[in-house]
Design a protein around this ligand. Structure first.
Ligand code: NAI
Ligand code: 3PY
Length: 327
């Protein structure tokens, strides 16, 4: 590509695979070299004069960052399907296109939701701890009793791509009955998986397992609060692979402690990382993972390819391969 058409791109972290090399052949790319994200001040400094940004879910991209980049900023490509870290209204006002990486991480994330559901239901954290601490005495008839899955009811909050993939696994594999919340009816889900769309309160009251798959937005922040947790069965297991802020975490700590629900399996928390001293980390019935839903080699490589395609298209003024609707 001629020197004059090369644009300036800031990438907030190294990515797996060779996608960034492809970007570097076409444009001048600067990659944040550290394992930790840039601070807000470092972000402002590094975006100055950039035409494109390739960002992670841990980077807060607000109007100040867009302003710091300057009038040439054409595209923000998020290396994630979720884009709650980006101020979409500000991007729309400034005519900046926003991209994300859907679909290629759906299976990986649904698999992890199943992992958390099984792990929390069968008390894998406590069981593993018993072995590593030397507390395991003997095989006990009533030792570490967990919850059975087969034939029970799964409640999926947010029947989008990942929610549907999770439901398929649980209905197909464990013959579960399916309830879900969604903004509109899903006749195909009802037909193929025997699902039934219900209000959130009914889903919480009737489900043995509840799995959260909605995007984080004003409407869903603290959707699962004290009152919602109080609706759930004391034997229920709650799984969250969406975003930490969808749950009121203080209320969850109390519910897990007081027997309000049986257990929780969480891939996402507030904040991330959660300090080891946090009461949730200390809760024996909370199985917590460090936001690894999409962490398979296949998914993360494909995400990188899409994120780079999105930058390239945005710089050329074309529709992005996966574009977030800013309307
Ligand atoms: N743990 C991880 O590593 C990962 C987490 N995620 C999270 O999972 C979320 C879902 O991803 P996808 O399924 O690909 O997105 P999606 O857009 O296909 O699904 C979200 C669904 O939630 C629905 N929804 C939104 N607000 C709702 C509400 N108030 N009540 C009921 N339904 C509502 C939407 O209509 C949509 O169907 C992402 O936004 C992201 O936050 C995604 C990938 C990996
Ligand atoms: O894609 C996302 O939204 C994630 O949380 C990580 O892949």
């Amino acid at each position: 590509m001629p020197e004059s058409s090369r644009r300036q791109i800031f990438v907030t972290r190294e990515l797996p695979g060779s996608a960034l090399e492809r970007l570097g052949q076409a444009h001048d790319v600067s990659v944040w070299p550290h394992r930790s994200p840039p601070t807000a001040a470092e972000l402002l400094e590094n975006v100055a004069g950039c035409d494109g940004l390739l960002t992670l879910l841990s980077d807060g991209i607000d109007e100040e960052v867009m302003q710091a980049a300057g009038a040439g900023l054409k595209v923000i490509s998020n290396y994630a399907v979720g884009y709650n870290n980006i101020d979409l209204e500000a991007a729309s006002r400034r005519g900046i296109r926003v991209g994300n990486t859907p679909d290629v991480l759906t299976d990986a994330t649904a698999d992890l939701a199943v992992t958390l559901l099984l792990g929390a239901a069968r008390r894998v954290r406590e069981a593993s701890q018993e072995v590593s601490s030397g507390d395991w005495q003997t095989w006990e008839p009533a030792g570490l009793l967990g919850r059975e899955l087969s034939g029970r009811t799964l409640g999926v909050i947010g029947m989008g791509r990942i929610g549907t993939a999770m439901a398929k696994r649980m209905v197909g594999g464990w013959n579960m009955k399916l309830l879900y919340t969604a903004r509109s009816d899903r006749p195909k889900v009802d037909e193929s998986l025997g699902g039934r769309r219900v209000e959130l309160a009914e889903l919480l009251r009737q489900s043995d397992f509840v799995s959260i798959h909605v995007a984080l937005c004003d409407e869903t922040r603290h959707l699962i609060d004290e009152a919602a947790l109080a609706e759930m069965k004391s034997t229920a297991v709650l799984v969250n692979t969406a975003r930490g802020e969808i749950i009121d975490q203080d209320a969850l700590v109390r519910s897990l402690r007081d027997g309000g629900i049986f257990a929780a399996g969480l891939d996402v928390t507030t904040p991330e990382p959660l300090p080891p001293s946090h009461p949730l980390v200390k809760s024996p019935n909370a199985l917590i993972l460090p936001h690894i839903g999409s962490a398979t080699d296949t998914a993360r490589h494909e995400m990188a390819e899409i994120a780079v395609d999105n930058v390239l298209a945005g710089l050329n003024g074309q529709d992005l391969r996966c574009e977030v609707n800013l309307a």
